[in-house]
Ligand binder design. Structure first.
Ligand SMILES: Cc1ncc(C[n+]2csc(CCOP(=O)(O)OP(=O)(O)O)c2C)c(N)n1
Length: 294
């Protein structure tokens, strides 16, 4: 089996090994396009690749031929700077052609630096200004309650979103109204734009803080770059009816290219030719190894 075989049938619910291979392939493509375009955010794109791949190829109830389907599960990439991640996954899931990806951040392209809900099929919220995803997601989840709908709302944040006051208003408010099927997923790579999380605004102890605010927080320590762990977290989401829920995933910023891992300097740096050539063999080797296992 190859990644191409998997993508020929994107409606299938994929298992951990298949998801790992897909995420590896999406990293290769993102590195390539960000290099071609000389712009974009590699660090946060790479960090969340397994998370979005698992959501879109295992979990979300969506219709690619009807992106605004009223009963669809909602997904908000609150860390909108990682748009290359979302575009790659949405394109290969079937919302639009992957041939569009090289137009990333070109004048007139629908694939702008930060995702736009009115232009890109499959994008549920325009994001980029950090901190809004959780509040809007809460509104969507409360909307489901009002409308008697059964959809899930997932919000993926990094540390930057959780440094914003509005996130903590949403956290308090969600704890009060307890909307069902509302999940905060934290891509906790502990590195931000110009430094580490603890040098900018420490969130630790995050699990304890969210619990103290009244959230049901996944007790396990999960590796957000490991698809088996992510699928376990999905099982945990289904395991009880206590809301709202949060899962904190340990991840690595710039995952997959050794010299970008854990480096804030690779948050939004241009991938120059030399770095591209040096990084690509690592990403391809990872893809070959993971593809061999499916
Ligand atoms: C309100 C707001 N303030 C500042 C920025 C600039 N900014 C973009 S990304 C970023 C750091 C984000 O760090 P993190 O959430 O950890 O992202 P990740 O490591 O997952 O890429 C900052 C400060 C912004 N987009 N929005």
């Amino acid at each position: 089996m190859t990644v191409k075989d998997l993508l020929d049938n994107p409606e299938r619910k994929l298992g951990a090994k298949e998801l790992a291979a897909l995420a590896a392939a999406f990293r290769v493509e993102s590195w390539d396009i960000l290099h071609q375009r000389g712009t974009g955010h590699w660090g946060g794109t790479a960090s969340a690749m397994e998370l979005t791949t698992c959501l879109y190829f295992n979990r979300l109830n969506i219709k690619t031929d009807d992106p605004k389907w009223a009963d669809r599960d909602r997904f908000i990439l609150s860390k909108g700077h990682a748009s290359m991640n979302l575009y790659t996954v949405l394109a290969h899931r079937g919302f639009f052609s992957a041939d569009t990806l090289p137009s990333f951040r070109k004048l007139g392209s629908k694939l702008q630096g930060h995702p736009t809900m009115n232009k890109v099929p499959g994008v549920d919220l325009s994001t980029g200004a950090l901190g809004h995803g959780l509040s809007v997601g809460l509104g969507m989840a409360l909307g489901a309650k009002l409308l008697g709908k059964d959809y899930w709302t997932y919000v993926l944040t990094g540390e930057g979103c959780l440094n914003e006051g509005t996130s903590w208003e949403a956290i308090m408010c969600a704890a009060k109204y307890k909307p069902k099927k509302f999940v905060l997923m934290v891509d906790y790579n502990k590195v931000q734009l110009d430094g580490t999380e603890d040098s900018i605004m420490p969130l630790a102890p995050l699990k304890e803080k969210l619990t103290a605010f009244g959230w049901n927080v996944c007790p396990d320590n999960l590796d957000g770059n490991n698809t088996e762990d992510i699928l376990k977290s999905f099982d945990w989401m289904d395991s009880d009816d206590v809301w709202p829920k949060a899962v904190i995933y340990d991840t690595v910023k710039g995952k997959g290219v050794s010299f970008t891992e854990g480096k804030n300097s690779w948050h939004g740096a241009k991938i120059d030719d030399e770095s591209f050539e040096k990084g690509m063999p690592e990403l391809k080797a990872d893809l070959v190894a993971k593809e061999a296992r499916i």
